[in-house]
Design a protein around this ligand. Structure first.
Ligand code: C2E
Ligand code: CA
Length: 749
């Protein structure tokens, strides 16, 4: 169950950590990034629209400032024109000269290179007779048409400098009689137009309708490729913005554009300088200058996003790595056998299932085997040696396996193999490869040929195990194939199981008692309770027909306790009559040794019936004791502490050694009846027999010889100094009533 849980956890965690979590991680990262980017875009757009509003406002304010400065110049020239007009009026009224003559005279006297008056024909006269004809100039023509104006950038004919000319009409009696011009140097004009924009990060252009740059800020960003603003904008990769601006300017409209120049985002707002014919003011600013804090906030946000993504990704990566490590450890626990370092049975189940599913057309065989004498190898040579043997078995077999073939240890010394080729020679070769020089290993292997790959692998292994069990202890038989015969056995066992369950309910099991006798005096020294199944029809069924199945299915536990209770009841009835009792031994299966409450259950029942513990002997088979050698010491100690005696049943039927007896604190040794059956070498048998009796005596262990059938057996016992016998020679197991009489008699005659 523990392994199944681990495997289920591994499977679930595999799906989660390999598939779901990385996708989830990518999704979260993406979602986080996308939402932050969207949020930032939104913030950026908000900031940009603020910028637009700000910039449009700024360009309007700048325009107003520049316009008022320019208009101041125009107005002051207008005042000059008005004054001249008044003067003309005064002088003309004195009748000396005509208007044009007066203008010429005035010009001659007052004209300078920077401020000069021209007559109606565009002729400006200077002191010394120098003449300047401005009749072709656009500024003159506008002024003479009554429009005060400022010229485009011009090249001075006087000194070749870049200059601007302010030109206003000179009126007299409602008629324009000439113009007055004021020359403004480029530097002066620059001073008029230059304003600090965005802490000097912004800059401005003044262009005319065709895009020709009249002037611009002395700003590093105002590099000009040509003298045309539209052309430059177009050339810098902003054709749409250039077109939009051109369109707006032609229609004398305000506007706003976003451009990218040399990789930097620039916002520009433009507006006509209405008062100044044909001039437009453009205010530009790099977007990061407009709202440096906003941009810093955005940068911080991006940085935080980056940090979050990095932290999130790295912590998840660490988490995944950690979980992978844990999973690997779990897999190791579940899939790597700690003893053989090969595969565990669970891994076998998973892999075998995969192979059978992948190759449905191939013929596979499941082989289950174990080492017949392994418990004794462990006990003799120690667990380390035993583990080494198991490791070697796993190693040498797995080296000979082909693809799609597997080996795993199920538990203890039980192995399972999945083979494609399970011919006898191959099996012989596989098993003989693990022959050990130090000890001889005996195997019993069961083979189940897979016919239905959808069948449960556990069931297949069980079937192979059934075949293996059928040859357990049979000499010279290493393999058994699972056939239909086993199927019949299984069916029979199943029916038997049902019948036993019903019999338990019906209370059909009763104890028979076989006396134990002192062969020298014939006195009854004890008895053994042996179960009999008396069916409702009155038929008797003997233990060998149902005990093995009960052992396999665990029903024996209930059965043993029923027998125990019946024995207690029997003893109690005697005690109540005030009769002397002899100890009765009760057989207990090895399965009880796995139950930690076994002792308390025994004691509880014993107290319930009020039978003294020394009247009860617990019989455990030799193999049950040696198979649980680790726990048996504590168990017997506790049993002794509660006053119960422990008997080792069937001694000599297995691999137990005389030597081991000295270590196990048992009270009674029951020598297996097989000992007394005819042996090839009776002399040898007698020597062993007397050695056992001798050793037991020395260890203060009581010896009971089972299966005493003949007088020779009794003689042998006497020769060897054994005095207690249990066998047909004295009495067969008998029902309660008969045993009651023997009890009362106290001896066997
Ligand atoms: P066991 O514990 O070795 O019991 C002795 C068996 O030998 C009994 O067989 C008995 O009838 C038989 N026997 C006694 N004297 C002789 C003799 O002189 N010659 C021969 N050939 N046999 C003799 P039984 O009653 O059929 O029991 C067989 C086995 O079933 C028992 O062997 C014991 O292992 C098991 N068993 C019987 N009752 C119980 C029980 O209540 N619980 C458990 N767990 N096992 C039981
Ligand atoms: Ca017995």
């Amino acid at each position: 169950v523990y392994y199944q849980i681990i495997i289920a956890m591994i499977a679930v965690s595999n799906i989660f950590f390999k598939n779901i979590l990385p996708i989830f991680m990518v999704f979260i990262n993406l979602a986080l990034s996308v939402s932050v980017v969207f949020l930032m875009r939104y913030v950026q757009n908000l900031l940009n629209s603020d910028v637009k509003i700000n910039l449009v406002e700024i360009v309007t304010q700048n325009k107003d400032a520049i316009t008022s400065r320019l208009m101041m110049n125009v107005n002051s020239l207008d005042i000059t024109a008005n004054k001249l007009s008044d003067r003309l009026k005064a002088e003309e009224s004195s009748g000396k000269l005509k208007t044009q003559d007066l203008i010429e005279q005035y010009a001659k006297e007052n004209n300078t290179d920077d401020l000069f008056t021209a007559n109606r024909d565009g002729m400006a006269l200077f002191d010394g007779g120098r003449k300047l004809d401005i009749s072709g100039r656009h500024y003159f023509r506008l002024a003479i048409d009554g429009i005060p104006n400022i010229s485009d950038k011009l090249i001075s004919r006087i000194n070749g400098d870049e200059v601007f000319v302010i030109s206003v009409p000179l009126s007299y009696n409602g008629e324009i009689v000439g113009t007055i011009q004021k020359v403004i140097t480029f530097e002066e004009m620059y001073k008029i137009c230059s304003l600090s924009i965005f802490s000097s990060q912004g800059y401005m252009y003044v262009i005319n309708r065709e895009g020709y740059v009249i002037l611009h800020s002395a700003h590093p960003k105002c590099e000009q490729k040509s003298d045309n603003y539209f052309r430059d904008l177009y050339g810098a990769g902003n054709p749409k913005a250039s077109e939009q601006m051109k369109r707006d300017i032609r229609n004398n409209r305000n506007g706003f554009i976003e451009t990218t120049i040399a990789g930097r985002e620039i916002f520009s707002a433009y507006t006509p300088i209405e008062k100044i014919h044909d001039w437009y003011l453009i205010t530009s600013v790099p977007n990061n200058a407009v709202s440096p804090n906003g941009n810093t906030v955005i940068s911080i946000f991006y940085f935080i996003l980056f940090v979050i993504v990095v932290i999130f990704t790295s912590s998840l990566t660490y988490f995944l790595w950690y979980k992978n490590k844990q999973r690997a450890q779990l897999e190791k626990i579940a899939f790597v056998d700690t003893v053989t370092l090969g595969d565990t049975y669970n891994k076998f189940l998973v892999d075998a299932q995969g192979i059978l599913t992948q190759c449905p057309h191939k013929k596979f065989h499941i082989i289950k085997f174990d080492i017949d004498n392994f418990k004794y190898i462990n006990n003799f040579y120690g667990f380390e040696f035993g583990d080494r043997i198991l490791r070697k078995i796993n190693e040498s077999i797995s080296q000979q396996l082909n693809v799609h073939e597997l080996i795993a240890r199920i538990y203890s010394d039980h192995f399972v193999i999945l083979l494609e080729n399970a011919a006898e020679e191959r099996l012989n070769a596989l098993l003989s490869s693990i022959e050990n020089e130090e000890i001889t290993l005996y195997f019993s292997a069961g083979i189940y040929s897979v016919t239905d790959s959808t069948e449960s692998i556990n069931l297949m292994v069980d079937k192979a195990g059934t075949a293996a069990r059928s040859i357990k202890g049979v000499l010279n038989k290493k393999f058994a194939y699972y056939t239909n015969k086993f199927e019949q056995i299984t069916i029979h066992n199943e029916q038997l199981k049902r019948a036993v369950k019903q019999a338990l309910k019906n209370d059909e099991f009763i104890p028979y008692y076989q006396p134990k006798v002192d062969i020298n005096s014939g006195i009854l020294v004890g008895g053994e309770a042996l179960v009999r199944w008396k069916t409702r029809e009155g038929k008797f069924i003997f233990p060998n027909e149902f005990i093995p199945m009960c052992e396999q299915t665990g029903l024996i536990v209930e059965l043993d306790m029923i027998m125990y209770e019946k024995v207690l009841k029997f003893l109690k009835s005697f005690l109540e009559q005030g009769l002397a009792c002899v100890p009765i031994s009760v057989n207990f299966s090895r399965l009880h040794l796995m139950d930690s409450d076994f002792l308390s259950k025994i004691v509880k029942k014993q107290c319930e019936y009020g039978v003294p513990a020394h009247l009860i002997e617990i019989e455990l088979t030799e193999s049950a004791i040696f198979d649980n050698i680790d726990t048996i010491y504590a168990f017997t100690r506790k049993m002794h502490a509660n006053g119960f005696a422990i008997a080792m049943d069937d001694f000599g039927s297995g691999y137990s050694s005389l030597n081991m007896l000295k270590d196990i604190p048992i009270d009674v040794l029951k020598i297996d009846k097989g000992f007394l059956s005819e042996a090839a070498d009776n002399n040898r048998r007698n020597i062993i027999f007397s050695s056992i009796a001798d050793m037991a005596r020395k260890l203060n262990i009581k010896v009971v010889v089972e299966g005493v059938e003949h007088l020779e057996n009794v003689r042998l016992m006497k020769e060897c100094g054994c005095s207690i016998a249990q066998g047909y020679y004295f009495a067969k197991p008998m029902d309660e009533e008969s045993f009651r009489n023997v009890f009362k008699e106290g001896r066997i005659c």
